[in-house]
Design a protein around this ligand. Sequence first.
Ligand code: ZN
Length: 281
Amino acid sequence: MSNRLFTAFACLLTLATCSFCACAQTEIPAPIPPSSIEESSVEQIPAPLPQEISPFWNDAGVDLSKVRTERKLVALTFDDAPRNKLENLLAVFTSFNENNPDCHASATVFCNGNLLDEHARTLLHTALVAGWELGNHTQNHLDLTALSTQEQRFEIDSTDALLQTVDGNARHLLRAPFGRIDDRIRALANAPIIDWTVDTRDWTGVSAETIVREVLSKIYAGAIVLMHDGFEQTVEAVKTLLPALKSAGYQAVSVSAMAKAHACKLRNGSVYIRARKRGKA
Ligand SMILES: [Zn+2]
């Protein structure tokens, strides 16, 4: 489960607007160390900085070939995965995409390392082929703020390493369990931290109709929707949501695809509740 009213309140207190784009984020991390800048400036043709010290999320490999620029974009995200409904969710997306090739839908799935057995990784590979993005929801779904820095490092790095065996990427967007974040996590994340615009609270047992109503009443271009793997009502809601979103002019895409399509350059270590076009209020 990934939301608490406390967290939402804390986010409201700390949100600020990124100076580079209209992404909503909480804090700009420390700039590149001066020593790195000096090193590159002495060369006639500066070498590109290693990704490890770039302040920005590397979106070079994010595929936008199926993103329809005439549509409003929204990111559906599924936490606590992979569990027993991911296969059903993938089937719903596949069915929708077969019937709506002009509005290809995908999502971001935030995974827990302790769930990534052989079968789970096979499922995630299927998701990857379908255009989904894999995100890091930590190894054991603990409150990271209650851990030592070494333990935080393990929770993030071990899941990144497991996900790398599926998608080949060394780093993944991070969603902290319960949305609990502190300065130490921001400093060591090495990736953008993704919160949400709309919390469906699907894990509380609300009906599919309630989930659909909540999403459709609160989304806008650039919104990020929080849902979870493991609940039948979520699967049922998505069956309704995908065609409803299309009818309302939206396309469901991954968080990274939405940010890149919106020219929203995500910063590693910053917290985002949405990613939308420059200049949009
Ligand atoms: Zn969670």
